[in-house]
Design a protein around this ligand. Structure first.
Ligand SMILES: Nc1nc2c(ncn2[C@@H]2O[C@H](COP(=O)(O)OP(=O)(O)OP(=O)(O)O)[C@@H](O)[C@H]2O)c(=O)[nH]1
Ligand SMILES: [Mg+2]
Length: 276
C-alpha cells in the first residue's frame, strides 16, 4: 500500500528499505459524497512516506458516496469500499467501524470521520505514540492543551458534549485517562481489539474499545476539531438515546477486572522523515 504515484521515497543504494508499519484508516460513511475526494487527497498527503496505509470506507449511504470512493480507487489511491446495503447495516456507525476492523490486517487501526472535522493532517501525530511504542491506544481530544472544539456547532452542543464527558468518566472508570472519551478520532494497535467481542451500537465506538479492549497504555492527542466540510450532520436525538443506553450497559461492567493485554508487544517503528 502506498500512494497513487508509486513513488519510493527511500534513498537509493542504502539496501532494502525497512518495512514500514501498516495502518488502515477506517472511515464510516453515510451520505458523504462531497467529502470523499478531498479526504482521500489529504490523507495521502499526510501519510505517504511515513507508513504503509490504506483507507477503508465502510459505507451505509444511499447517495453516490460509493461512486466517489470507486473513483478515488480508479485514480490509484489505496482506498477500499465496503458498502452495506439498506437493511444490512447493524450497529450503525459503530457496527461499520467494527466491520472495518475485521476487514483489515494492518498492525495499526485508525478511525476518523469523513466530514473533515478531523483534519487528516493530524494523522501522523495521532499515530506517533503507537509507532514509537509509547501507547496502545491514542484518542484525539478537543479538550486538552492545544486541542479545541471550535467545530462543535453552538453552545448547546458544547454543553451536551462536556456534560456527557463528565458522566462517562463517572460511569466508565477505564475512560478516565482520556480527556475526550467520546472522540470519533482515535488509533489503536490491532492487538487491542483482537479476539474482543465489541458490542457497540450508535456513535460511540471509542467508548466500547476503551471498555472492552486489551490495552495498558492510553494517551491523548490534542487537535482542533474543524467545521464539517460539506454535507449534513447525522447526529440526532435517536443517537443521543442510543448513547444513553450504551453508557448504562458499559457502566454495569465497571467493577470487572480489565481484559488482559496481549503480550509481548511487537513495536512498530516508522520512517520518520515527516513530523510524526
Ligand atoms: N457507516 C456509517 N457511518 C455513519 C453513520 N452515521 C454517521 N456516520 C458517519 O460517521 C461520521 C460522523 O458522523 P457525523 O454526522 O459527522 O456526526 P458528528 O461528527 O458526531 O456530528 P456533527 O458535529 O454534527 O458533524 C461521518 O463520517 C458520518 O458519515 C451510519 O449509520 N453508518
Ligand atoms: Mg461530523
Amino acid at each position: 500500500m502506498s500512494g497513487t504515484d508509486g513513488e519510493r521515497r527511500d534513498l537509493p543504494g542504502t539496501g532494502p528499505a525497512p518495512t514500514r508499519p501498516s495502518v488502515t484508516v477506517v472511515v464510516p460513511t453515510r451520505n458523504e459524497s462531497p467529502n470523499i475526494s478531498v479526504l482521500v487527497r489529504r490523507v495521502r498527503d499526510a501519510l505517504d512516506g511515513i507508513v504503509e496505509w490504506d483507507l477503508l470506507f465502510v459505507d451505509d449511504s444511499d447517495d453516490d458516496t460509493p461512486d466517489a470512493v470507486r473513483a478515488a480507487a480508479a485514480a490509484g489511491y489505496p482506498v477500499r469500499l465496503h458498502h452495506r446495503p439498506s437493511g444490512r447495516r447493524p450497529g450503525g456507525l459503530s457496527g461499520a467501524v467494527e466491520d472495518g476492523f475485521a476487514a483489515s490486517s494492518a498492525q495499526i487501526l485508525a478511525v476518523m470521520d469523513a466530514d473533515l472535522q478531523h483534519p487528516p493532517e493530524v494523522l501522523p501525530g495521532l499515530l506517533a505514540p503507537i509507532l514509537g511504542d509509547h501507547a496502545d491506544l491514542v484518542a484525539g481530544t478537543r479538550y486538552a492543551d492545544a486541542g479545541a472544539a471550535s467545530g462543535l456547532a453552538g453552545p448547546w452542543r458544547r454543553l451536551v458534549s462536556s456534560g456527557s464527558r463528565v458522566l462517562v468518566h463517572a460511569l466508565v472508570p477505564r475512560s478516565r485517562g482520556l480527556t475526550d472519551p467520546l472522540s470519533g478520532l482515535f488509533a489503536i494497535r490491532r492487538d487491542v481489539i483482537a479476539d474482543v467481542a465489541l458490542q457497540a451500537n450508535g456513535f460511540k465506538i471509542l467508548l466500547e474499545v476503551v471498555t472492552r479492549g486489551r490495552w495498558e497504555r492510553a494517551t491523548n492527542f490534542a487537535y482542533t476539531f474543524e467545521r464539517r466540510h460539506a454535507g449534513r450532520s447525522k447526529a440526532s436525538l435517536r443517537e443521543g438515546l442510543l448513547f444513553g443506553q450504551h453508557l448504562l450497559q458499559l457502566a454495569r461492567l465497571r467493577h470487572q477486572a480489565p481484559p488482559q493485554p496481549v503480550t509481548p508487544r511487537a513495536a512498530p517503528s516508522a520512517d520518520r522523515r515527516s513530523s510524526a
